[in-house]
Design a protein around this ligand. Sequence first.
Ligand SMILES: Cc1cc2ncn([C@H]3O[C@H](COP(=O)(O)O)[C@@H](O)[C@H]3O)c2cc1C
Ligand SMILES: O=C(O)c1cccnc1
Length: 350
Amino acid sequence: MAADDTPTLDEIRRVLPELPGPDLEAATAAVQRESNLLKPRGSLGRLETLVEWLAAWQGRTPPELTHPRIAVFAGAHGVASLGVSAYPPAVTGQMVQAFVNDQAAVNQLAKAADADLRVYEMDLEHPTSDFTLGPAMGEAECARAVAYGMMAVEPGLHLLCLGEMGIGNTTSASALCLALFGGNAEDWVGPGTGVDAEGIRRKAAVVAAGLAANPTAATDPFEALRCVGGQELAAIVGAVIAARLARVPVVLDGFACTAAAAVLYKADPKALDHCIVAHRSAEPGHTRLLQAIGKQPLFEFGMRLGEASGAALTIPVLKAALACHTGMATFAEAGVSGPDGKAGPAGSVH
Ligand SMILES: Cc1cc2ncn([C@H]3O[C@H](COP(=O)(O)O)[C@@H](O)[C@H]3O)c2cc1C
Ligand SMILES: O=C(O)c1cccnc1
């Protein structure tokens, strides 16, 4: 994209108050149908509220789920050379090749979910700058990455599952969380790909040094993204915004992905209303982050992979929820007695 076509971070920020809200009519219609279906009211629990969420953010009843997309953004991090990951920086590009060759976990999960998987390679030849020395990205670089992420959204998508690949990015995500929500560096760091206690201490020192070297990071969420984030994390921010504008509900993956989206929450708490978080990552900072943004993950499988693996796994669940919603009979259709002894639950049609 030509530099002059790219919106500035300020222009992107100004879109947030204009983001469309939920379609309450579609959501109400979904709730109403759920209440007439052949089951004790509310008995499908979160499966019911997930369908309501899909309807509200697609603006359609019943919602559809034949075109889910999984988007994985890959970016290279300057801090990856500081010994903060159990794996070398070169793994980022090698994993992009593995995604292309259908060899990674997310490839298998995408196939199992019958979903379209796209991998978006950021500028891997040019890692972000080491944020312990100054901002990770310049204004234009960060804005370009956000704009690039926006391109992952096309009309006609029914769901967007987001994820990332970038060696060193749990350190970036921790620094982002510290800048956005405060606390201590130790509160936000964890093993990532599997560093030991000494590695975790090193991560905390890098995160603390990052905040010290970037005093403006804690003053504004987009400035935090620019100073201590990464290109793939910025792209996730763009994809979340573009999905909202295109009425595409979003599933966020684990710690790194949620940390990126949290930039938007901090800028406007309503900006993530169209997003759910797939799972609680084993990365310890994720629990604190979920509390900070008020999200309840769908499941907790002890996963700590990233690459949209958790987000991909929600697709079969969402499809199953929708299958119940559209395929079940109502009490009246099945001739089954409701709680009042008549066919149809009492008061359900009002
Ligand atoms: C083979 C391999 C595949 C991965 N897929 C996702 N990640 C995950 O690990 C990285 C973050 O952890 P850290 O901050 O410790 O580097 C990210 O690339 C993330 O997506 C992977 C990591 C590896 C090694
Ligand atoms: O939860 C995540 O996003 C995560 C955890 C460990 C490594 N990479 C990503």
